[in-house]
Design a protein around this ligand. Structure first.
Ligand SMILES: [Ca+2]
Ligand SMILES: [Ca+2]
Length: 249
């Protein structure tokens, strides 16, 4: 397209150049005749003006040509930009879809984790969100405490009548017959009369003391058992006393 515009201009320049030469020759020839010389002189002036106009036109056409090239480049860029925008939109759509799938996957993982969390290992029984292990080998309170810790747990902390009743109901019939009491995590080893739970040192809240308990009999009862007689009442006992125990985690 630019070539088509420039071709006539090139042709016109060649013609003008040839005309200029011809006039120069005629001017030399007409020097002898004043009228001819004047006419030729005016023609030469016109020729100069035309030549200047021609140069201006050339410059303008050159600029126009440059602008056309710029426009063509811009058109090319625009097409590339449109293509990239479309590709970007596709990627965004796919990302959105993947994001949804990732969210579903995360939900599934959470459900599985919750399922694992809600289950207690073999030998443990579940109540609310905790697992309990009932052991009937006879140990002192300190030995029982250590045994629970070895099993990544602690001597039981009883926080409600519901939990107290459930624990009592889970003690086996034979253990009830052979063990009159079973260790809990409650104790007043640090300060006499101030009972705290061994796992977090929190003060006792809910309690189910038997009549006349805690008695601190002989001034040496600092560890607490639960009676297995079905009443599930509590008693402070000598810590070296050996009986069963309940671990919780
Ligand atoms: Ca005591
Ligand atoms: Ca007692």
């Amino acid at each position: 397209m630019i070539f088509l515009i420039l071709l006539p201009i090139l042709f016109a320049s060649l013609v003008l150049s040839e005309e200029n030469n011809r006039l120069s020759r005629s001017l030399d020839a007409g020097k002898t005749d004043p009228l001819t010389w004047m006419i030729l002189n005016q023609l030469q002036a016109s020729q100069t003006t035309l030549s200047k106009l021609d140069n201006k036109l050339d410059t303008k056409l050159s600029k126009l040509s440059q602008r056309l090239t710029d426009v063509e480049k811009m058109t090319g860029y625009k097409k590339q930009f449109d293509t990239l925008t479309n590709q970007l939109n596709d990627v965004e759509t796919k990302l959105h879809a993947y994001s949804g799938k990732m969210s579903d996957l995360q939900n599934d993982i959470n459900k599985i984790n919750q399922g694992i969390k809600n289950k207690c290992n073999a030998g443990w029984k579940k109540f609310n969100n905790c697992c309990y292990m009932f052991r009937y080998d006879r140990l002192s309170w300190q030995q029982a405490k250590r045994e629970c810790e070895n099993n990544n747990s602690y001597l039981v902390k009883i926080e409600s009548s519901t939990e107290n009743r459930w624990i009592s109901s889970e003690i086996t019939v034979s253990a009830k017959a052979t063990h009159g009491q079973i260790w809990t995590g409650l104790n007043d080893l640090i300060r006499e009369g101030h009972f705290t739970w061994v796992n977090d040192h929190s003060s006792v809240g809910y309690s189910n003391w038997a009549n006349h308990e805690p008695s601190n009999y002989g001034g040496s009862e600092h560890c607490v058992t639960m009676h297995t007689n079905g009443l599930s009442t509590w008693n402070d006992q000598t810590c070296s006393y050996k009986t069963g125990y309940i671990c919780e985690k």
